[in-house]
Design a protein around this ligand. Structure first.
Ligand SMILES: Cc1ncc(COP(=O)(O)O)c(C=O)c1O
Length: 376
């Protein structure tokens, strides 16, 4: 069986986890956490990176940090993971869904302005498949209407928009290190990127259960107290140790994924040229991280046939994201602005192929062989 995903393994994870254990400090903000945070601060040119238990937790932190209140509106695509919306719904916000662009499956930046009202507080672009949203247009709108931009860069670690790291462009960025992502912190994990320096102090407080404990540990205050709303948004140092092993090989992981992506693309290109399938578009301003390889078939029926065909060949492929606006919670907490021209139909014809760092050349050849026989 060729799985759809396998968590990346580079070889030094166990050693680093042992050394975290030997350090006698396993809770958050230990040595590995600091190393990983600094690595991202330097790589992404971000003033503050805070490791968290998940991207879900990072999005929740972001909603607290920008003071989302009941009745506020938050704009995002409907074609996304539930956490993008939940984080803001938990604070009482109403979600305003905007249609996607079919070429990248990202929020259509030209439709955002019509969704902005007096209640709008934030725009949440989701960089689907690690391919950037049009951040110039989105940041310009945010500036014009004084809105926050929270980048859901769960899939965008080590991707760039005009040379800038995804997650580093909006006021706050959120990464995921879940085992399905390019780099994992031992199964679960996330990071909050604080790009607006005025938010740093409060971000540390929210992450430390609403206390100024971070300042206390740095010797900046002589006791710590309850200052604000907060929760426990720290990652265990054992997980940070696992993640460190991956980051030491970050470029190698990225290159391998890009090579696998390219192999799929080249093999399927002839069918795209015949108009039988649609392949992902990478706009020229984006440098992507090959987070996922997807193709789109003619319709849902064709897509499901391909999934069944691959399954019979013991290859697991998946589709995902039932659009949020038509799901029970989406109907309760959100509203689609304008016409759903692409969100539903495009999501129904999309399928994701096995794509992970440790996928071997041989395994990929088997997948490609099965795809070729399906299309012939
Ligand atoms: C777009 C998007 N946002 C948020 C998340 C949530 O990430 P996590 O599992 O780290 O909480 C995911 C995870 O799949 C995602 O794809």
């Amino acid at each position: 069986m060729i799985p759809f995903n396998a968590p990346p393994v580079t070889g030094s994870e166990a050693d680093y986890m042992h050394s975290a254990m030997a350090s006698g400090k396993l809770c958050g903000d230990g040595g590995f956490t600091r190393r990983v945070q600094q690595w991202f601060e330097q790589r992404c040119h971000v003033p503050k990176v805070l490791l968290t238990p998940s991207c879900t937790a990072s999005l929740e932190m972001a909603a607290l940090l920008i003071n989302i209140q009941p009745g506020d509106e938050v704009i995002m695509p409907s074609y996304t993971f539930v956490s993008t919306a939940n984080a803001f719904v938990l604070r009482g916000a109403k979600i305003i869904f905007v249609d996607i662009r079919p070429d990248t499956m990202n929020i259509n930046e030209t439709l955002i302005e019509t969704a902005i009202t007096e209640k709008t507080r934030a725009i949440v672009p989701v960089h689907y498949a690690g391919v950037a949203c049009d951040m110039d247009k989105i940041m310009a709108l945010a500036e014009k209407y004084k809105l926050y931009v929270i980048e859901d860069a769960a899939q965008g670690v080590m991707s760039y928009w005009k040379g800038r790291a995804l997650g580093s462009i909006g006021h706050i960025g959120c990464f995921s290190f879940h085992e399905t992502k390019n780099y994992t912190a031992g199964g679960e994990g996330g990071a909050t990127l604080i790009n607006d320096p005025t938010l740093i102090e409060r971000a540390e407080i929210i992450r430390e259960k609403g206390t100024n404990r971070s300042q206390f540990f740095r010797g900046q205050v002589d006791k710590y107290t309850w200052r604000d709303l907060g929760s426990s948004y720290l990652m265990s140092d054992l997980q940070a140790a696992y993640l460190w092993a991956q980051l030491e090989n970050a470029d190698q992981i990225n290159q391998r994924r890009l090579a696998l992506w390219q192999n799929y693309y080249q093999a399927l290109q002839p069918f795209a040229a015949q108009g039988r399938i649609t392949l992902p578009t990478i706009p020229t301003d984006c440098q992507h991280n090959a987070h996922m390889f997807y193709l789109k078939l003619r319709d849902q029926q064709d897509r499901d046939q391909l999934i069944t065909w691959l399954k019979e060949a013991e290859i697991l492929s998946v589709f995902h994201y039932i659009p949020l606006h038509s799901s029970p919670a989406g109907l309760q907490f959100g509203e689609f602005n304008g016409e759903d021209r692409y969100t539903t139909v495009e999501s129904e014809r999309l399928v994701r192929l096995p794509m992970y760092y440790n996928l071997t050349d041989n395994q990929q050849k088997i997948v490609i062989g099965s795809l070729l026989s399906f299309f012939s």
